[in-house]
Structures are given as C-alpha cells and as structure tokens.
Design a protein around this ligand. Structure first.
Ligand code: NAP
Length: 253
C-alpha cells in the first residue's frame, strides 16, 4: 500500500511507540487518526506532529470499551471520509507473579483485576478496534491493512501471565484475521517488539534493565523508531499478511 493520503488510525498514539509510528507513517504522506484516552497528552502529540507538517487528528477513546470504540471510528469516518489502515498499538502492563511465595508461604497472587485489566485493553481492545476497522473497510469497498502490536512476551514471560496471554492472543488474531479478510483486500500483520525505550519500560528497575540489555545480542534497548519502521514495512509490502515480524535485537526470553 502506498501511504500517500491514506487514513491510518493508531491506538495509543499519544506517546511511545504509537507516536513514533505516527511520525514515520505521517512523513510518508499518511493522514493519521490518533486514538488515546488522555485528551491532554493527545493534544500535545498532535501539536508536535502538526508542527512537523504531518496531517493528524485526535480522538479520545478507550479501546477496551465497545461504545467508545464505535464512536471513535464513526468520528474518524465523519471527519476523514474513510479508513485505510489501523495499528492496534494501545497496551498496558500490570506485572506480577501468578503466586509469589517464600518458604512455602504465599505472599501475594495476581489479582483478577490485574489479569482482567490487561486482557481488556491488550486483547479485547485489539478485537474491538480490528472488528470496527475491518467492517468499515469492507462496507466502503476499500483495501486495507491492520497491524497488531504483539510482544516478545507472547511466548511466555515470568511475571507476565496476563500480558503474555494477551499478546499470544493478539498473534493468533493476526493469523485468523489474515485468513478471513484477505478476500476483502485486507492484509493483517503483526509486530512483536523486544524491549523498547518508552514509558512502559521506564518503570523497570535499573539493574533489571541492565540484565535484560546484556542478553540482547545488539546490547541495547530498541528505539521507538525501530518498531515504527517495522510497521511501515508491513503497510508498504503488499505480500505481507498473517505473519508476526519480530524486532527485538535478537533477544530470546
Ligand atoms: P506506552 O508508552 O505506555 O504507550 C501506550 C499508550 O496507549 C499510552 O498513551 C496509553 O495511555 C495508551 N492506552 C493505554 N490503554 C488505553 C486504552 N484503554 N485506550 C486507549 N489508549 C490506551 O507503551 P509503549 O511502550 O509505546 O507500547 C505500545 C505497544 O507496544 C503496547 O501494546 C505494548 O504492549 C507493546 N510493546 C511495547 C514494548 C516496549 O518495550 N515498550 C515491547 C513489546 C510490546 P495511558 O498512559 O493513559 O495508559
């Protein structure tokens, strides 16, 4: 897909990887619809991108809420006419061990709300936005591309039962949707980032980060631009669908 004048929605676009994707796709001519739940941060992001000459619009939305997602996609269609692409990027972490115990005594467990909040945003949010975007692309009779952001943790990662399960689900949705939607001219790809320098990883303890980095063959954390480039590749390569692109500096968990 040539990006010039394509309308691409990015969830969680107000910061981190989503913002870097907006910049990368915008510089290649796409018009961006950024969805995020914090209106102020969204305004700030839009101001910066517009200043750089990028065509961008903001929509406050919670991807975990069906009504909010419907409203946001209707608003995108009303103001921008149609939608050609979606990046399912919004995500959260609520890490914790399934059961934390010492000397045979349980100290804590992962709570149901810790589990559910991550499943709601990282998995149900992807389902809701993907369904909405695909339905609108098909009704408009337009080809489209959906990119889902999974994670290296999809293979399973200690302390991330909730996150790993959601990201494995996102990888499975990518394959499923690619099969279902190809006949409508819609490609679906995924990106599985390793550890990337954003707010999400800023909360990891310094010694933990050093341990992680020492295990990365390239000996550094990734930059948001590295992931933005992977997303752009999927948009632009018309034979890419149903696969997850790993961009992790060679790290294996
Ligand atoms: P980030 O800096 O925390 O940005 C995520 C953005 O998504 C934030 O603006 C956040 O808003 C927004 N968001 C969260 N829940 C939302 C909801 N329910 N509705 C709408 N927006 C919501 O994270 P990031 O590092 O850029 O991560 C982006 C994606 O990459 C996530 O899916 C993440 O799991 C994945 N990923 C990241 C890494 C990494 O190392 N950074 C590695 C692998 C995969 P709030 O601040 O209000 O929550």
């Amino acid at each position: 897909m040539l990006l010039d004048n394509r309308v691409i929605a990015i969830t969680g676009g107000a910061q981190g990887l989503g913002l870097a994707m907006a910049e990368r796709l915008g510089r290649r001519g796409a018009t961006l619809a950024l969805l995020d739940r914090d209106g102020e941060r969204l305004d700030e992001a839009i101001g910066g991108l517009a200043h750089a000459g990028i065509k961008v619009h903001g929509f406050v939305a919670d991807v975990a809420e069906e009504g909010s997602v419907r409203e946001a996609f209707s608003a995108i269609e009303s103001s921008l006419g149609h939608i050609d692409g979606l990046v399912n990027n919004a995500g959260i972490v609520r890490d914790g061990m399934l059961v934390k115990a010492r000397d045979g005594r349980v100290e804590s467990t992962m709570s149901l709300s810790q589990w559910q909040s991550v499943i709601d945003v990282n998995l149900t949010g992807v389902f809701l936005c993907g369904r909405e975007a695909a339905a609108r692309m098909i009704e408009a009779g337009r080809e489209g591309v959906i990119v889902n952001i999974s994670s290296i943790s999809r293979a399973g990662n200690k302390g991330q039962s909730n996150y790993s399960a959601a990201k494995a689900g996102v990888a499975a949705l990518t394959v499923t949707w690619a099969g279902e939607l190809a006949r409508h001219g819609i490609r679906v790809g995924g990106v599985a980032p390793g550890f990337i320098e954003t707010e999400m990883t800023a909360s990891i303890r310094e010694d933990m980060l050093e341990r992680i980095t020492s295990g990365v063959p390239l000996k550094r954390l990734g930059q948001p631009e590295d992931i933005a480039e992977s997303v752009a590749f999927i948009f632009e390569n018309d034979y890419f669908t149903g696969r997850i692109m790993e961009c992790d500096g060679g790290l294996r968990l």
